[in-house]
Write a protein that binds this ligand. Structure first.
Ligand code: GDP
Length: 424
C-alpha cells in the first residue's frame, strides 16, 4: 500500500516524527519534492538527526530510501548528510532517481543575490537555491543527474546555459561571470560522488507497487506553501501536495490509498507571508516558541526563530482538504499544557464579514483572526500513550480538531520521541 505523509499548514508540523514512526512498517520511503531547504528532526535510539534532504527512513536499515525525480538534489549536501548518518553508526539504503535534477552552485548564488536585490521585499528564502533551480527545471535548462556522467555533452550544455547565467550575474547582480570549464569539472566531481546511488527508481517502484510493498511518500513543508493552493507568492517552488507525490516519485496516482495530514496543536511558520493566527504579543510568542517542539520552534535547517500562532481551524481545514487527507496526525499537544485557556482561530474576518473558508491570497492579507478559547488542562501530558488517560480537556481539544477538519485524528503525538504517541 502507498501512503503519503504531508503537512496541513506552513511546514514544521512534525512530519519527520510521524514518518519515522510509520516507517517502521514500510519497505520504502520516498522524498518526492522540495530539496534540502527544509528539515525534519528525528529522535530515536540512534540519536538526534536533523535531516534536510534524506528521506526519514534512513534510520531504519531495512528500508530503501529514495530521492524521487521531483526533488531538487544538492549533491554536496546529500553526501554530507549521508556521511553524518553513517558516522552515527547507521548504514542507510539509498537510491537516487536517474531523472532527478541537481542544484548547480549558481542556483545557490542566484538565490542569495536575488534576496539581496529584493532587500525588504525578500521572500525569506533559505538560500538553498530552490527557486532558481525550479525556474530552470521548467525553463528546460536544468540538469538531470544522469547528464553529469558524460563530460563532453555536459561541457557543451554548461557553456550554453552560462550564456544566460553570466549575463544576469554581470549585468543584474554585478558579480563575476562563471567559468564553464571550472563548473564542468566541479559537476563531474559531484557526478562521481552520486553515481553509486543513482538508479532507475521508477522501474524499481513499478515492481514494488506490483509486489504490494508498503511505500511511504514523505512530503516537505505543507499545504500553505504549495505554489497553486498555498499563499502565493510566499510559497515554495515545488508542489507540497500528496497528489504531486505520484509525479515526483513515479507512482500511479490511484495507488496512494492513505493521506496522513500532519498538523500541530498550535501554528508555526517560517518566512514572510500572511499568517492570520500569529501571536503578535512578543512575550507570549516567545513563551510558546521556546516551549514548542523538541528544542523550541527554531528552524532545523537555518536555526532561525519560527513565527508562532494559535491553532488555525480555517487554514487547517483547507490544508487537509487540498491534501485529500484520509487521516490527521495531531502533534505537539503536550506543548500546550502550560495554558489556562487555549485560543484557537475559528474564523477570518475580511472587510467586516466572518468566513470559515480559507480565502485566496489576494484577500488573505486583509483577514483578521476570530478567536475562541478552549479550556486548558494545566498539566504535563508529555509521553502519554493512551487517549483515555488524557485529561478531559486535552481529549476535547483533539475532538475539536477532528470536528473542525472533518477528518479522523488517528494519531496524537505527545512528545518528540518515537514512543510518545497515541494511536486512535
Ligand atoms: P517537520 O519538518 O514537519 O518534520 O517538522 P520539524 O521536525 O521541523 O518540527 C517539528 C518539531 O517538533 C521537531 O523538533 C520535533 O522533534 C518536534 N516534535 C514532533 N512531534 C512532537 C510532539 O508531539 N511534541 C513535542 N514537544 N515535539 C514534537
Amino acid at each position: 500500500m502507498v501512503k503519503a505523509i504531508v503537512g496541513a499548514n506552513w511546514g514544521d508540523e512534525g512530519k519527520g516524527k510521524i514518518t519515522d514512526l510509520l516507517a517502521n512498517d514500510s519497505d520504502i520511503v520516498i522524498r518526492f519534492q522540495g530539496g534540502a531547504n527544509a528539515g525534519h528532526t528525528i529522535i530515536n535510539e540512534h540519536g538526534r538527526f536533523a535531516l534536510h534532504l534524506m528521506p526519514s527512513g534512513v534510520c531504519h536499515e531495512n528500508i530503501v530510501n529514495i530521492i524521487g525525480n521531483g526533488v531538487a538534489l544538492d549533491i554536496n549536501k546529500f553526501i554530507a548528510e549521508y556521511n553524518d548518518i553513517c558516522s552515527q553508526g547507521l548504514k542507510p539504503k539509498l537510491m537516487v532517481s536517474d531523472r532527478v535534477q541537481v542544484i548547480m552552485p549558481y542556483h545557490v548564488d542566484f538565490d542569495k543575490f536575488e534576496e539581496e536585490r529584493l532587500g525588504g521585499k525578500a521572500f525569506g528564502s533559505t538560500k538553498s537555491g530552490i527557486a532558481p533551480f525550479f525556474s530552470d527545471k521548467y525553463a528546460k535548462i536544468g540538469f538531470q543527474v544522469s547528464e553529469l556522467f558524460d563530460p563532453d555533452t555536459l561541457r557543451e550544455k554548461i557553456g550554453r546555459v552560462l550564456e544566460i547565467k553570466n549575463a544576469l550575474l554581470v549585468n543584474l547582480y554585478h558579480k563575476d561571470p562563471i567559468d564553464a570549464d571550472e563548473l564542468t569539472k566541479e559537476m563531474l566531481r559531484q557526478g562521481e560522488l552520486i553515481k553509486p546511488f543513482v538508479a532507475d527508481t521508477q522501474s524499481f517502484l513499478y515492481e514494488a507497487v506490483k509486489a504490494g510493498k508498503n511505500i511511504l511518500l514523505e512530503g516537505q513543508l505543507g499545504s500553505m506553501k504549495d505554489p497553486d493552493m498555498g499563499i502565493y507568492p510566499m510559497v515554495t517552488s515545488s508542489s507540497t501536495l500528496a497528489g504531486y507525490g505520484a509525479v515526483g516519485a513515479g507512482i500511479p496516482p490511484y495507488e496512494i490509498k492513505k493521506i496522513i495530514c500532519v498538523t500541530k496543536a498550535y501554528s508555526s511558520a517560517v518566512g514572510a507571508g500572511a499568517f492570520v493566527s500569529e501571536i503578535l504579543d512578543e512575550d507570549k510568542a516567545k513563551e510558546l516558541r521556546d516551549r514548542g517542539g523538541d528544542k523550541g520552534e527554531y528552524g532545523a535547517t537555518t536555526g532561525r526563530p519560527r513565527r508562532v500562532g494559535w491553532f488555525d481551524a480555517v487554514a487547517t481545514r483547507y490544508g487537509c482538504r487540498v491534501q485529500g487527507a484520509t487521516d490527521v496526525a495531531l502533534t505537539n499537544i503536550d506543548v500546550l499544557g502550560y495554558l489556562d485557556e487555549i485560543p484557537v482561530c475559528v474564523g477570518y474576518e475580511i472587510d467586516g464579514k466572518v468566513t470559515k473558508d480559507f480565502p485566496n491570497p489576494a484577500l488573505l492579507s486583509k483577514a483578521k483572526p476570530v478567536f475562541e478559547k478552549l479550556p486548558g488542562w494545566k498539566s504535563d501530558i508529555r509521553g502519554f500513550t493512551e487517549f483515555d488517560k488524557l485529561p478531559r480537556e486535552a481529549q476535547d481539544y483533539v475532538k475539536f480538531v477532528e470536528e473542525q477538519t472533518g477528518v479522523h485524528v488517528s494519531i496524537v503525538s505527545t512528545g518528540p520521541k518515537r514512543e510518545e504517541i497515541i494511536r486512535r
